[in-house]
Design a protein around this ligand. Structure first.
Ligand code: GTP
Ligand code: MG
Length: 200
């Protein structure tokens, strides 16, 4: 309901792309979601759009292997990037993802912000650092979104916040404000939705 109000026009899956040649026309602002496999990207997309099965949420890590485009009304694209850091993925597959990711992050003019999703239980890992460095060098502003906050205690929350802030500090492309979310309980969903809706 609220998703529809904030995003005037259709909220739907547009296409999955496996190469830059498949990108839709750069005719509107877009944001992307990046994060380790299983961090909760698809669940978060479902939560902010209010659609239970818009992005496929799964228990199988590494399921989202394409760059998936969703329309958030007529004026925004939401882009679900392939999950990284999935240990069992074949090397050739990982290298192909990384190449596409690099091309996409450095070559997409209309990409306004990347949301780097980090599991609140785990904090920032070396593979997250890698993507943050990539975003720095592509000069794409990124904002860290903690996921699955329903799974941690108040004490753990303080600890992970400190860890994340410390790790973000040296990154020139990092946006200082964090967003804490739970797709399960709804924490932070309205904030994230409004953040995306109000980007210019
Ligand atoms: P890949 O596309 O496979 O990389 O995963 P993903 O990042 O899209 O994660 P997905 O949304 O598929 O969620 C992975 C698992 O975490 C699923 O079992 C979800 O039910 C669970 N999950 C996602 N978000 C939350 C949350 O906010 N709270 C809890 N408790 N579980 C969550
Ligand atoms: Mg997914």
């Amino acid at each position: 309901e609220q998703g529809r109000k904030l995003f005037a026009g259709p909220v739907e899956f547009l296409k999955g792309i496996v190469a830059m040649s498949g990108l839709p026309p750069a005719d509107r602002l877009e944001v992307c979601f990046a994060g380790r496999s299983n961090v909760g990207k698809s669940s978060l997309i479902n939560a902010i759009t209010g659609r239970k099965a818009l992005a496929r949420a799964s228990n199988t890590p590494g399921r989202t292997q394409e760059i998936n485009y969703f329309t958030l009304g007529d004026s925004r694209y939401l882009v679900d990037l392939p999950g990284y850091g999935y240990a069992n993925a074949p090397v050739a597959v990982v290298q192909k993802w990384q190449a596409l990711l690099r091309q996409y992050l450095s070559g997409r003019q209309t990409l306004r912000r990347a949301f780097v999703l980090v599991d609140a239980r785990h904090g920032i890992k070396p593979v997250d650092e890698e993507i943050m460095r990539l975003l720095d060098s592509a000069a794409v502003t990124f904002q860290c979104v903690l996921t699955k906050t329903d799974k941690i205690s108040t004490a753990e929350r303080e600890r992970v916040l400190a860890q994340v802030r410390e790790n973000l500090a040296p990154h020139p492309a990092a946006f200082p404000e964090l967003i804490l979310t739970s797709s399960e309980k709804g924490e932070g969903i309205a904030t994230l939705r409004a953040t995306i809706a109000t980007l210019e």
